[in-house]
Design a binder for this molecule. Structure first.
Ligand SMILES: [Zn+2]
Length: 267
């Protein structure tokens, strides 16, 4: 069962905040967002049309309507035969962003655009982490960069914590020992290593995924921790490399909540 709720059009506040964050969240609570009741006077055309033109989307709607009238195709998707494993919200988000990015890149090639400008997806969502890796024997430092569009944050408490606690946990120094040792190019063997991540490029819109499934235990256990998050001014300054620091403060813009009803997970 999939339900899609369109909330009233969101527009950024008039002040100078130009960056927002998105939280992909997974809890057992009922979604309490107010939903606009359908206008009783409006006739319903269920099964005939149903997709509103959002400006320039009529061509997409028309194609969807056509596809929806091809019975074998509809039956296939309604039968659930295509489902192998249920996607998590954050996996689907990454998939959609990647597809949008690829599509925009193709348009650029088709238009023979010589501009080197990156896609809107990259410009909004892409950030970069810098890992500082220190060999605990020779103390030599190496750096490794990694691009991200989503940060998967651990949850450090069973009962209650804040989003900032999760961030602190993610960015704290990690010591890699035993099987996790890293090869040191100076010692030329595997050594115990200290690793610390920091943000070297803060994206305009940052997406967090909260790891509610405890990967430490052998049983897949869900953490039901209450996590508080600020609606304005989430300060990421402590986690940004000093040389790249621009004191970004993020305002909350969206949350994805999943809840389990019988055996179906609803978003
Ligand atoms: Zn070393």
């Amino acid at each position: 069962v999939v339900s899609i709720k369109m909330t009233s059009q969101w527009s950024p506040p008039a002040d100078d905040f130009s960056i927002y964050y998105v939280l992909t969240e997974c809890t057992d609570y009922y979604d309490t967002l107010p939903v606009k009741e359908a206008d009783g006077n409006q006739p319903h055309f269920q099964g005939v049309t149903g997709l509103r033109n959002l400006g320039n989307t009529c061509y997409m709607n028309a194609i969807f309507w056509c596809l929806c009238s091809i019975s074998p195709l509809v039956e296939y998707f309604l039968s659930g035969k295509y489902i192998t494993t249920q996607q998590d919200g954050q996996e689907f988000l990454i998939y959609v962003l990647n597809e949008l990015h690829e599509a925009l890149e193709k348009v650029k090639i088709l238009q023979e655009s010589i501009t080197t400008e990156t896609s809107i997806i990259t410009r909004l969502f892409e950030g970069q982490l810098s890992y500082c890796i220190v060999c605990l024997k020779c103390e030599k430092r190496t750096y490794k960069n990694e691009v991200f569009t989503l940060l998967s944050l651990p949850i450090p408490s069973e009962y209650e914590c804040s989003l900032q606690d999760c961030l602190q946990c993610f960015f704290q120094q990690d010591t890699l020992t035993w099987n996790n040792q890293i090869h040191c190019s100076f010692c030329e063997t595997k050594q115990e290593t200290a690793v610390r991540a920091s943000i070297s490029k803060a994206p305009k819109i940052i997406v967090f995924h909260l790891k509610r499934f405890d990967s430490q235990s052998t049983m897949k256990r869900k953490l039901r921790t209450d996590i508080h998050y600020p609606l304005t001014n989430l300060d990421l300054t402590p986690y940004i490399s000093p040389i790249f620091r621009k004191h970004p403060k993020y305002n909350f813009c969206a949350v994805v909540v999943s809840k389990k009803l019988l055996k179906v997970t609803q978003f």
